[in-house]
Design a protein around this ligand. Structure first.
Ligand SMILES: Cc1cc2nc3c(=O)[nH]c(=O)nc-3n(C[C@H](O)[C@H](O)[C@H](O)COP(=O)(O)O)c2cc1C
Length: 151
């Protein structure tokens, strides 16, 4: 069974909601899904999965959340060749660097050899129906990419 690991960073719950939406969708698609909060997760968990997903909010001037920094640093030592990745997250257009943490995580995934399975999804605050539709499509694309790489 294809394994999916979803790691989220969330203070006020928006990214946790995003992670739940994705978990449900991946389960509907028949995936074996595991979801965890970033400060409670070892980056090396990504080495034991097929599809790697990060859902993170962005904080002060576009930085990765403080509780995600260790995870972010540890990701740089991974070898994720052969894995599919997707990044997403919630932000607020009030700030100049909208959802920049999403791009920061994409950059790390690229550096450690993972293959992008879908374009990043950026959500304005809490996920509404059109965001949920977008996240569902994101999950479908990640699964399709993992299947393609398995063939
Ligand atoms: C002090 C502060 C700084 C923030 N900086 C940014 C930012 O630079 N870019 C952005 O897109 N959102 C920024 N945000 C908005 C959060 O990313 C947004 O509220 C997000 O939905 C929080 O996600 P969560 O509910 O998962 O914690 C900031 C929020 C606060 C309180």
């Amino acid at each position: 069974m294809t394994k999916v690991k979803i790691v989220y960073a969330s203070i006020t719950g928006n990214d946790e909601d995003i992670a739940y939406v994705l978990t449900e969708k991946f389960e509907d698609l028949g995936m074996d899904v595991d979801m965890s909060e970033v400060s409670q997760t070892d980056a090396s968990d990504f080495e034991d999965t097929d599809i790697c997903v990060v859902a993170s909010y962005t904080y002060d001037q576009g930085v990765v959340p403080e509780e995600a920094l260790d995870f972010y640093d540890d990701m740089q030592d991974l070898d994720l060749n052969g894995k599919v990745y997707g990044t997403c997250g919630s932000g607020d257009h009030f700030y100049e660097d909208f959802c920049r943490a999403v791009d920061e995580f994409s950059t790390i995934f690229e550096q450690v050899g993972a293959t992008k399975g879908a374009e990043p999804v950026r959500v304005e605050l809490d996920p509404e129906q059109d965001d949920i539709d977008h996240l569902d499509k994101f999950a479908e694309e990640l699964v399709a990419k993992a299947k393609e790489m398995d063939d």
